[in-house]
Ligand binder design. Structure first.
Ligand code: ADP
Ligand code: MG
Length: 620
């Protein structure tokens, strides 16, 4: 191809060196995108300086004022000018970029901030008898002078972006900028639990607002972190989170991850730190999502605060101007560690279920305490929808395998039997002993120190799913031949998807063939599902396959199909169960990993402690 170089007759472009002010302003474009990025740089500097307390103040979403005060090591007067010049840093020697353990190392923040706002730097170096102050206006620094300051450093930034009106136009509302500042400070505060933080909104001098106030946390690594997370992510997160800790090939993963039942509608509560640095890394978010793929539906998002620590040599933090992303030398290893550890920890947490459900339940009970209307004080209505189980025989409590299929007629009619427990048969049984089934879907069980209410459909679904997965992993899913094949009419797309996966589905116990027109003839179904509606089952699986295509890999597709099968084969609400069956269900739940949540991330049971019951009745 012929490239034509434009012929310039009048003036050839001149190449010249940019002056420092222009270079700084250009660099600032990358480093200081918005007020929150300025706050991030300044707080990171304070942390790098070894501060034990950092106070942050802002006005008008940071546009009018940002001030960060710390009690760190300070800067000697004779180095303050240098600190404000480009590429000046005390954190690396300029040769080795592979051992970075500080937040900063580029020496760009202070000069960049000086180029986009009026910057005042006050500092007193540790051990020095005097403090100094320096101002930068339009990139020019003005006279170093003595000032009064007991310790540490104060950096004040006023009129951010007033020198670059184009950038100012892109700022969002003060509220949005304040929110972003808040977010940055929270992330950094999680990374440094042993440092006290405060964040103050000074927009309205008459009503100065404290936005965040955190004391320094003490205790061991996990206690300190737990305390800080409680302060930032809320006590509910901590109560519903499991501790994560694992190490593999020089990589360490630690932190807390919430139970699937404590999930969010958006990916807003996911925090990752790499060597103490908050990052928003797509790979890590992806790994978290994959770890919960099995226990959360696609519209729910896990909540977690996770810390990856490793030799700085195996991770490159210098791939993003604001250092929000990192590059691991072996990304597969990190992903494997995150996915594997969380999956295993969730499985080990077994049948634990979110406490929020029981908190909400308590609230529901409380709301029943409203004053009784006189109207209601007529003849009490006694309803007998309660089906109580007989005193369970010992073998029911451990032995009897639950058939997985419950026919309505299996349940002997024992309603009305009064059930008195004389010995503590529930000892050592976390889910207790079944006492009753109510509304044909909820099993009420008595535990050692309270009661649980089990959603039998949700629980069954999880158990069947886990059984299907176990069978599949072992020697394939056993199928059963239908006496009369089911002819199922489908739309083109669904039929095509099923035929595409025909062989794989046969391995999953689902055998069908074409049957003229748009129909498929279903011949075999997984035996474990019992009698199912072939129509529903095939349609559900076609949907699961459609969803599965954008998920990674065959394994995820298989899980999606098995999950859909489990849903179709599950005990629907409205089936009576015998006491024996209810107890078998509870025992199998105890023995099954992840049985605390159904395949869609809803809890399979909620628990009400005796203490809570006593509170409801004002006994405590
Ligand atoms: P970097 O953090 O990449 O080194 P900066 O421009 O942010 O670059 O800071 C330049 C230098 O100024 C730092 O290396 C550090 O020596 C000094 N400095 C900045 N802020 C502080 C602070 N709050 N306390 C002590 N020293 C600081
Ligand atoms: Mg810095």
């Amino acid at each position: 191809m012929n490239v034509e170089i434009p012929h310039m007759e009048q003036s050839l472009p001149q190449i010249r060196q940019l002056d420092a002010a222009a270079a700084n302003r250009i660099a600032a474009g990358e480093v200081v995108e918005r007020p929150a990025s300025a706050v991030k740089e300044l707080v990171e500097n304070a942390l790098d300086a070894g501060a034990s307390r950092i106070d942050i103040a802002y006005a008008d979403g940071g546009k009018r004022l940002i001030r960060v005060t710390d009690d760190g090591c300070g800067i000697p007067g004779n180095q303050m000018e240098l600190a404000l010049s480009r590429h000046a840093t005390s954190k690396i020697d300029g040769h080795d970029l592979t051992h970075i353990l500080t937040f900063g190392f580029r020496g760009e923040a202070l000069p960049s901030l000086g180029a986009v706002g009026r910057l005042t730097l006050k500092s007193r170096a540790r051990g020095s008898g005097e403090a100094h102050e320096l101002t930068v206006r339009g990139g020019e620094s003005h006279g170093l002078r003595p000032t009064a300051l007991a310790r540490g450093t104060v950096v004040e930034l006023e009129g951010l972006f007033s020198a670059t009106p184009a950038r100012l136009k892109f700022m969002r509302t003060d509220r949005a900028e304040a929110q972003a500042i808040n977010d940055v400070v929270r992330r950094l505060a999680m990374a440094a639990p042993d440092v006290a933080f405060s964040l103050t909104d000074m927009t309205n001098p008459g009503a100065v607002k404290s936005v965040l106030s955190l004391n320094a946390e003490t205790g061991d690594l996990f206690d300190g972190l737990r305390g800080r997370l409680r302060g930032i992510m809320g006590p509910e997160f901590v109560e519903n989170a499991i501790r994560i800790e694992a190490e593999r090939e020089g990589l360490r993963l630690s932190g807390f991850a919430a139970l699937p039942t404590y999930s969010r509608g958006a990916a807003v509560s996911q925090y990752f730190f790499v060597n103490g640095r908050p990052v928003r890394d797509k790979q890590l978010f992806g790994a978290l999502r994959a770890a919960y793929g099995d226990v959360l539906s696609r519209d729910r998002h896990p909540v977690a605060a996770l810390f990856v620590d490793c030799d700085p040599e195996i991770v490159d933090v210098n791939v993003h101007p604001a250092k929000a992303e990192v590059r691991f030398r072996e990304p597969g290893l990190v992903r494997g560690l995150v996915v594997g550890t969380i999956k295993q920890s969730l499985a080990e947490s077994g049948h634990r279920s979110s406490t929020t459900a029981s908190a909400g339940m308590l609230g529901a009970f409380r709301s029943a305490q409203r004053p009784v209307q006189p109207m209601e004080r007529t003849t009490p209505r006694i309803s007998q929808s309660v089906y109580s189980s007989p005193e369970p025989a010992p073998e029911m409590l451990g032995g009897t395998a639950w058939s997985g299929r419950v026919e309505p007629d299996d349940a002997p009619d024992m309603a009305g039997d009064v059930d008195v427990v004389e010995r503590p048969v529930h000892e050592g049984l976390p889910l207790g002993v079944a006492r009753a089934q109510i509304h044909e879907n909820y099993v009420v069980a008595q535990t050692e120190d309270g009661m649980v209410l089990v959603d039998q459909h949700a629980a069954h679904e999880r158990l069947v799913y886990e059984r299907l997965k176990a069978q599949y992993a072992k020697n394939g899913i056993a199928s059963q031949m239908l006496l009369i094949p089911d002819i199922v009419e489908l739309d083109d797309a669904a039929r095509a998807r099923l035929l595409d996966a025909q062989e794989d589905l046969a391995d999953l116990g689902l055998v069908f063939e074409t049957f003229g027109g748009n129909a498929l003839c279903l011949r075999e179904t997984p035996a474990i599902l019992g009698e199912v509606d072939g129509n529903d089952l095939l349609r559900g699986i076609a949907d699961a396959l459609a969803e599965g295509t954008d998920r990674a890999g065959l394994a995820a597709r298989i899980d999606a199909v098995l999950s859909s099968m489990a849903c179709h084969g599950s005990v629907r609400s409205g089936r009576r169960m015998s006491g024996q069956e209810m107890n078998a269900l509870l025992r199998e739940m105890e023995a099954t990993p992840l049985s605390g949540t159904c395949n869609h991330g809803r809890p399979t049971f909620v628990e009400l402690k005796l203490a809570d019951i006593e509170k409801l009745f004002g006994r405590r």
